[in-house]
Design a protein around this ligand. Structure first.
Ligand code: HEC
Ligand code: HEC
Length: 300
């Protein structure tokens, strides 16, 4: 009981002492349209940003309610990424998008923890921006707003304790798709597979994903609309991981959400419909180089 009182006193103090406004960027980053920028950017925007910002009903990047955060955190909606000058990405400069994706610091200095990718290659951020500004149907200006995020007190506390802005690491090169294992490792990083398929959110290491706690060995837990679910072990262990997956089975699981034995995979696992063979196969090849971890996922 005593402990409980202690928390009631300490938690608000902790919250007050946490910084809530950070330096915004002075970077000069200007996206340049090159030959493959549009196609490549579209692929990345659908595979990465689409997990949270694509609204299937509207077929547009107007945003969505984020359902894989615990309810006690409050209600969270992703932002409008269309070219809307009122609500969308048009209010952001290229440098502000670059800085947000790398560090997690929004243009108003708020720390936004959902899309940090400090190790994303500059060329990929370039292409993402080119696509977002392209006027293609899914990102064409749309003034709709799906909802206003509202973090509860505990939600605010949790985001502050669980993370902080990441250092700005510049000039990261993207690996060649021909170097299959390196490309696969990079995709697991920037698409964010490891954000879910490791041990816990608190154990993630954004600047060095492979150093995350329980990296790719699964176990992270969610409670969603009444069901509980844990992320699968994706190390090549034959008994508890994906050691028996063929390449074709792996493609089906990642793109269509269907695991061997007609097992349909539940949300928050996404359907990565926009991943091409080269990308899924690279991830498969990379995962098979990991040390098999015998970690049985219980409770689902
Ligand atoms: C895991 C989910 C997730 C992914 C993946 C994601 N976002 Fe977000 N994003 C969010 C959420 C949630 C918010 C709203 C944060 C808030 O309201 O505090 C947001 C907000 C934003 C904002 C507005 C920030 C502001 O100033 O309020 C921008 C711009 C943005 N995202 C861009 C992107 C881009 C570009 C990508 C892909 C490279 C991406 N996001 C991927 C969840 C995500
Ligand atoms: C938002 C969280 C999240 C992200 C991001 C995510 N996954 Fe998953 N994934 C899950 C969960 C949860 C399950 C378990 C689903 C179930 O048991 O029904 C799962 C299951 C799987 C399975 C099935 C394994 C098995 O046999 O149980 C594969 C394969 C998989 N994910 C691959 C990937 C890959 C590759 C990526 C990145 C491209 C990825 N996942 C990104 C949450 C996620």
């Amino acid at each position: 009981m005593k402990q409980c009182y202690l928390y009631i006193i300490i938690l608000p103090l902790l919250l007050l002492s946490c910084k809530s406004h950070f330096e915004t960027t002075t970077e000069r980053f200007t996206a340049v349209k090159k030959e493959q920028s549009f196609e490549h950017g579209k692929n990345l925007v659908f595979n990465i940003c689409g997990q949270c910002h694509y609204n299937k009903d509207a077929q547009s990047f107007i945003g969505e309610e984020i359902k894989d955060l615990p309810h006690f955190m409050g209600r969270i909606y992703s932002a409008n990424l269309t070219n809307s000058t009122r609500y969308g990405i048009a209010r952001y400069t290229d440098a502000e998008i670059y800085y947000l994706l790398k560090t997690g610091i929004a243009k108003d200095g708020r720390y936004v923890p959902y899309m940090i990718r400090p190790t994303m290659a500059d060329a990929d951020i370039n292409d993402i921006i080119v696509y977002l500004r392209s006027g293609d149907d899914p990102v064409k200006a749309n003034d709709k707003v799906v909802g206003q995020s509202h973090l509860s007190f505990i939600g605010k506390l949790a985001t502050k304790i669980s993370g902080k802005p990441q250092p700005l690491i510049k000039n990261i090169k993207r690996p060649s798709p021909e170097d299959q294992v390196a490309y696969g490792r990079y995709l697991v990083d920037i698409v964010g597979c490891y954000h879910c398929h490791s041990k816990s959110i608190l154990g993630l290491k954004y600047t060095e994903p492979e150093a995350s706690k329980g990296y790719m060995a699964g176990g992270m837990k969610w409670k969603i609309d009444g069901y509980q679910i844990r992320a699968s072990n994706l190390t090549p262990d034959k008994e508890t991981g994906i050691g028996n997956y063929t390449k074709v089975q792996f493609r089906k699981a990642v793109r269509d959400g269907e695991a061997p034995g007609n097992r349909m995979l539940h949300f928050p696992m996404r359907r990565f419909e926009h991943m091409d063979d080269k990308q899924v196969d690279a991830i498969y090849a990379y995962l098979n180089t990991l040390t098999p971890v015998n970690h049985k996922i219980k409770g689902r």
